[in-house]
Ligand binder design. Structure first.
Ligand SMILES: Cc1ncc(COP(=O)(O)O)c(CN[C@@H]2CONC2=O)c1O
Length: 411
């Protein structure tokens, strides 16, 4: 059981007023807030240990390198990778997925091959594959979504064939909140000789993830969505694949020897980490992992399920309000996309902001999904470990007030 009221004390940002109302932050799918322990780790590093990593022999450089690589081991344990060398630091999910599409894609995909994604993907898990398909003369295919907002596994079995080289799917949708059967998809992909890439941006912060149990070949996620800083993320990859892959960026740090006309690369993971890395970001991500681990990922998942089970029926009871995705709270991770009839979501989100609530409005970087749902844009409330039932009550009250205002002109 999570004590969200106690946890909130770690997040000073939450104790502010917006438009003379106490802030209710419900835009966690866009980015999460940072606990004091993460902010303090960033400050301490820059005040005491800041130095460049891997090459210096002086004390600060040794300390910075040790903290940086300890953070990598924390990442490994957090997702249960077999070895730290399989966990690469990147800028975030978008960079991670681009690296796979560029480096593994160029290695494995030939003309006539197929790449399979789904209609519920984030743009960062669509465009890199469009680019790869165009570059290689391959075909990009989409798995359908069922009427109640789940990945259509019958469609997956039709779309994934012996021509498929790469399957890339969100573990959790940042719009529908639905959890996809990635372990089943890994089996299906592997049965056809394909690899499974998982976009874990909306999953890793909200539930336990075990990349070996899933048998994912690649797994991507971002630090900023899991109480860590922006600009740091992770690409997990099976060693046997990463060892075959060429780096995507070239320069310092990632080399063994640089000759006049050719160079040799360092071993994993450093082969892929060109230039001075986001040292402080990685170390602070390690602090975020400690913070989440102490609370418990299963406990976080349960907390969000309880919040959704509390608020979803109240939302569905509002006449003229549509919730997109599964109407069953059990298959949700804290993400609720919704619209009020006759109201553009930007107006809804602006009206909620006037009441102190921060929700997202737009296409959530998932334009194909919204087109598939035949809706131009939605509002989106996304919960996290520091949200409470009181936050959910404020959301319902503000939505009812918004509805009243736009229907009768008074809040
Ligand atoms: C499912 C999913 N995939 C990829 C990304 C891209 O992550 P980075 O931006 O960290 O590379 C996001 C970010 N979530 C977006 C960010 O803003 N609103 C969202 O829903 C995401 O939710």
């Amino acid at each position: 059981m999570i004590n969200a009221d106690k946890i909130r004390q770690q997040f000073p940002i939450l104790f502010q007023e917006v438009n003379d109302e106490p802030l209710v932050y419900l835009d966690n799918a866009a980015t999460t807030q940072k606990p004091k322990v993460v902010l303090d780790k960033l400050t301490y590093y820059y005040e005491h240990d800041n130095a460049n990593v891997h090459r210096g022999v002086h004390t600060l450089a040794e300390r910075a390198t040790k903290e940086y690589e300890e953070a990598r081991e924390k990442v490994r344990a957090f997702i249960n990778a077999k070895e730290t060398a399989e966990t690469l630091f990147t800028r975030g999910t978008t960079t991670s997925l681009n690296w796979v599409a560029k480096s593994y894609g160029d290695l494995a995909v030939e003309v006539g091959d197929e790449i399979v994604i789904s209609y519920m993907e984030h743009h960062s898990n669509i465009i890199p594959w469009q680019q790869l398909a165009e570059r290689k003369g391959a075909t990009l295919k989409y798995i359908e979504i069922t009427a109640d907002g789940f990945l259509d596994m019958e469609s997956a079995k039709q779309q994934i064939t012996d021509k498929t080289k790469i399957v890339s799917i969100a573990h959790v949708s940042n719009v529908l909140g639905v959890i996809n059967p990635v372990t089943e998809l890994a089996e299906l992909a592997h049965s056809h000789g394909a690899v499974l890439v998982v976009d874990g941006a909306q999953a890793v912060p909200h539930m336990p993830v075990d990349v070996q149990a899933i048998d994912a070949d690649f797994y991507a996620f971002s630090g900023h969505k899991m109480c860590g800083p922006t600009g740091i993320g992770v690409l997990y990859g099976k060693r046997e694949l990463l060892d075959q892959m060429e780096p995507v960026e070239f320069g310092g740090e990632m080399i063994d020897f640089v000759n006049l006309y050719d160079s040799t690369w360092k071993e994993l993971p450093w082969k892929f980490e060109a230039g001075t890395p986001n040292i402080a970001g990685a170390i602070a991500l390690g602090a975020a992992i400690d913070f989440l681990t102490e609370i418990g990922l299963e406990e976080i998942h349960q907390h969000e399920a309880e919040l959704v089970a509390y608020v979803l029926p109240k939302l569905l009871a509002i006449e003229g309000l549509t919730v997109y995705g599964p109407q069953d709270p059990a298959h949700h991770t804290g993400v609720l996309a919704f619209n009020l009839d006759g109201l553009h979501p930007h107006d809804t989100a602006t009206a909620l902001d006037m009441e102190g609530l921060a929700v997202r409005a737009g296409h959530h970087c998932a334009q194909p999904l919204l087109k598939y749902l035949n809706v131009p844009a939605t509002a989106r409330a996304s919960f996290y470990l520091y949200n409470t039932k009181a936050d959910a009550d404020r959301l319902i009250e503000a939505i009812l007030a918004t509805k009243e205002f736009f229907q009768h002109g008074s809040i």
